[in-house]
Design a protein around this ligand. Structure first.
Ligand SMILES: Cc1cc2nc3c(=O)[nH]c(=O)nc-3n(C[C@H](O)[C@H](O)[C@H](O)COP(=O)(O)OP(=O)(O)OC[C@H]3O[C@@H](n4cnc5c(N)ncnc54)[C@H](O)[C@@H]3O)c2cc1C
Length: 334
């Protein structure tokens, strides 16, 4: 299902799609920098993964969440409580979840959507552990309507061809943009003051093409977020009896595929449809949900790892400029 169809099925309002601007320029090379814009990656044979304009929409996370919340009856959600353990019957089915205030919530079906460090996943699949982080992403939110206007609908990505170092810039509203820098995990930002963070970024990419220097100058690094990216081997199933795993809880993904939000929403839409179709066979609906979603999310794990390796390999093989964004040919198209 296309991303826009999923968003419509969740009753999320979509703005009119902007005209694709420069969507057919694969990349521009400037010295050691590769500048890409407005298209999906190249396949190993040099062709674009998809040549039509992207079916992509940028929305702020908080706005999506609050819009979805409006559709729930008041009192449905218990806020500021954490699931700490599960009560399982002799058949292994979950009967209740315990919260950190000692309360117990009984239910027929449990949807684990508790993010990449999912407590529910750790209880039901204790052998599966998050992989050691190999790449850090420093993420900054900047209020800059002037830069947003200049960028238009572009997602910019600047890549250092000789080192594992990238900067991305994504407008996310008329006033705000998110920009990020990807580097190998080496603690260079860990525990540093925001002045030291600012200085480290300036030293690494301060002389890159516009708007990078301007972004660095205008960012408050005290509010930047260091994302220690990690993933997990694919779960054997996205369902276990009367429990289904949705979003990062079922498939934490590396950042390189940019599929975390889209696949969490697609999970939710798919699961909702299957539960609607089989209201009296919930376990069957959950099993079908796993069959439907697991192949694609497993593909994202594989693709993310291949892209991460290609990123890290740039430190080792600086001359390889041919296909820095090459996806494995088997990568599922979303
Ligand atoms: C800095 C950063 C930048 C990112 N950028 C992008 C991007 O550009 N594009 C993209 O697609 N993805 C991006 N991601 C990934 C994306 O945020 C996730 O893939 C997405 O939020 C997954 O949604 P989710 O609902 O599954 O999990 P989450 O959004 O993580 O939500 C999980 C929720 O469960 C709650 N929770 C956790 N543990 C418990 C518990 N024990 N009991 C009860 N509640 C619990 C958490 O508080 C949270 O509210 C980014 C992530 C980070 C950290």
């Amino acid at each position: 299902m296309a991303a826009s169809d999923v968003l419509r099925s969740l009753a999320l309002p979509l703005p009119a799609a902007p005209k694709p601007v420069g969507a057919y320029t694969p990349f521009l090379r400037d010295g050691r920098l590769l500048y890409t814009s407005g298209h999906l990656p190249l396949l190993p044979d040099g062709t674009l993964l998809r040549e039509e304009p992207l079916d992509a929409v940028g929305m702020q996370h908080g706005k999506v969440a609050s819009h979805l919340m409006l559709r729930l009856p008041p009192g449905t959600v218990t806020w500021s409580r954490t699931v700490t353990s599960l009560d399982r019957g002799p058949d292994g089915r979950v009967r209740a979840a315990f919260l950190d205030d000692g309360s117990r919530i009984e239910a027929d079906v449990f949807l684990a959507a508790d993010g990449n460090r999912s407590a529910v996943r750790n209880i039901l699949f204790p052998g599966l552990q998050l992989k050691p982080e190999r790449v850090n992403e420093l993420v900054c939110l900047l209020q800059a309507p002037d830069i947003v206007e200049r960028l238009g609908p572009s997602f910019l990505k600047f890549v250092d061809a000789g080192r594992a170092l990238s900067v991305g810039v994504v407008p996310c509203s008329r006033n705000h943009l998110v920009w990020f820098m990807q580097v190998p995990s080496d603690n260079r930002f860990e525990g540093r003051s925001h002045e030291a963070r600012h200085e480290a970024v300036r030293r690494l990419v301060g002389d890159w093409a516009g708007p990078v220097p301007e972004l660095i100058a205008r960012t408050q690094f005290g509010k930047s977020y260091l994302w220690r990216t990690t993933d997990i081997d694919p779960l054997p199933s996205l369902s276990a009896g009367n429990v289904a795993f949705v979003g990062d809880a079922g498939h934490p993904l590396l950042p390189f595929t940019s599929q975390g939000v889209a696949s969490a929403l697609t999970d939710a839409a798919a699961l909702g449809d299957l539960l609607d179709e089989s209201p009296t066979d919930i376990d069957g609906a959950l099993a079908r949900y796993s069959e439907q979603r697991l192949p694609e999310t497993t593909g994202f794990v594989t693709a993310g790892r291949a892209l991460q390796q290609a990123f890290l390999d740039r430190d080792a093989s600086p001359a390889d400029m041919k296909s820095p964004f090459a996806y494995p040919a088997a990568h599922p198209q979303s």
